[in-house]
Design a protein around this ligand. Sequence first.
Ligand code: HEM
Length: 261
Amino acid sequence: MRGTNPYVGYARMDALHALQEPRTDSPFEMSFILISQVKELLFRMVHLEVDEARSRLREDRPEAARRALARAVRSQRVLIGCWESMNALTVDEFLVFRDVLGEASGTQSFMYRLLEFTLGNRNTAMVRSSDFDAFPELRAELDRPSLYDEVLRFLARTGLPVPEQLTTRDPSTPYEPSDEVEKVWLTVHRDPEAHRVLYDLAEQLLEVAYQFSHWRAAHLLVVERMLGGKRGSGGSDGAAWLRTVNEHRFFPELWTMRSAL
Ligand code: HEM
């Protein structure tokens, strides 16, 4: 029988609490594993809502899509809040167990990558082929239009001039920002009342992108605090590499068009 009482049995709390296997006696390592697992589950919460938003857009239900994105943002805020807990560790408390991580690194998180792919950052360079095999959802996601692809298709269906090569593009390839799409967003933002639904959707998308970048920025600060300029366990230059990642923006034209407003 699953679990020892209905609460434990329903959500498999027994299995959940059996999933932490620290490799040292340090209580700080246990906290590190717990917060890493919490974050993984939250990546999944955000992914659930982003996927939901994408499905609703395909049905031409922008309001339902916007509500799903608003829920995603709530979980993103909790994700950012998790750094508070991580920052309770001092550098020496972290270094006590850092070596046992070996080559383990957040870059290898399937769920984080799935979320990035679903939102629209289809940079496959960070995923090893063995990871694609171990987590087939990742490769399957590359064959589907991303959330941003669906946004552009939806804009085109409302009659706005999104170039056809963008609404029919190969979704497995990285998206290149487009001047034409920037102009479409400018049209929406120059007259919010005339485009109320699209304007609200755009602002909610920007909020998701903002929260994602905020998470990355907080992660970079934690990394500087714990590692200074040391290399990462995944083999990168550490903070220097993460600084370049921090420049990425989801839904790029929603950011760049602001210069022309
Ligand atoms: C003391 C805490 C942490 C340190 C020092 C740290 C350090 C790093 C470093 C140096 C990288 C760059 C890649 C590498 O060479 O490893 C990285 C990437 C990453 N970390 Fe962390 N990390 C910490 C905590 C976390 C936690 C709790 C999570 C969430 C589960 C996380 C998620 C990620 C992700 C997703 C990436 C890849 C980012 C990307 O590819 O854009 N990190 N981390």
